[in-house]
Design a protein around this ligand. Sequence first.
Ligand SMILES: [Zn+2]
Length: 184
Amino acid sequence: MTVAYWLDAADRIVAVNAAWDAFARANAGEAVLAGAVIGQPIRRFIADVATASIYHRLFQRARARGGPVKITFRCDSPGERRLFEMVLATTPERLVSVSVRALEVEPRAPLAVLSACAERSDEWVRMCGWCHRVDDGADRWLELEHAVESLAIFHHARPPRVTHAVCPGCLARLQAELDGLDAR
Ligand SMILES: [Zn+2]
């Protein structure tokens, strides 16, 4: 399944494919079905400022290059480790097309912290939206599965609340890719 959407020059979502709604329904995304997102700026659906800035730059690079721009990122469900690829390109109508598909899917024991409907404790963790690593509180970023086993914050009856961020490793990786694109 490839989920696709198209953006105009102002980064507004002008169209999504049929797989968009299927993916949303399968991932507790009833609030972002096609009818709710078409005509809206994509910025509205990206909570983290740094991530929104990276997306904006990726869209700009795709417009400047015309050719495909590819980025991989983690997009787990509670019971699956998933690595996704996003391919950005431009269309003859001068839209940016964004296609997202799973490269790797690996079942694992479900993680409540990734559940959309789990009741939460009053504690917070920072999770990287690109690789799912978790800040241990001292700016050391642990693999999600390792963090869930080793950090006390995950050992309570209810999982912590999650705020999304960009970890230093992903910031460097994304920056290098954007800089490389800038140089071409
Ligand atoms: Zn990361």
